[in-house]
Write a protein that binds this ligand. Sequence first.
Ligand code: AMP
Length: 203
Amino acid sequence: MPILSTGEILRSEARRNTPAGFRLRQILASGALVDDDLVCAVVGSRLRRDATGTSESSRGVILDGFPRTVQQAAFLDSVLADLGFPRPCVIHLEVSSQMLLKRLTARRHCAICGAIYNLVSRPSLRGSRCERDNGALIQRDDDSEGVILRRLAEYQKSSQPLVEYYAGSDYHRIDGNHEPEQILERLFEIAAPQQLLVEAYGD
Ligand code: AMP
């Protein structure tokens, strides 16, 4: 399934040398959330475009980092209903603040291909260079301790209410403090019936 990451899209928009790009850079570096209307417009147009294509997205789309507010979740429900899709399968990866701080301050990515590494759990075999293309490994502007704490506070305020919003629907909470292999196993358990559901819809 294709992955649509709102953080990735916003970071690439923020690299533009335009007033909008400059404004976005400031918001991302502060750890605040980007305006609901802007994020919804981006996601809505991508979903509509992909849904009308004959591409791999007919099996579904993985939304990474969206929705982050109840308003975004309501928007997603309305777009999916418009396109004739079922409500989303929601996966909540719950990780303690302490563990998040540890993981995010050690996160690095390749300046060329974007591949993600971690100084503690997944260091590059080439040190400070990417294993794939030898690109320099750099840190995200918002992965400093101060900004991470601000992002966590924003999560509590704006995203935590989503748990209630999705209660009683196709909602799965996974303990994300475990090792990646264990988390993947849980994800597969959840995704297997989803796959059947998508295939049944396809028929
Ligand atoms: P992420 O890559 O998901 O960690 O997102 C990085 C940053 O992009 C966030 O801290 C927000 O500033 C912004 N962002 C990403 N997704 C959203 C969203 N759904 N709504 C608002 N802001 C977002």
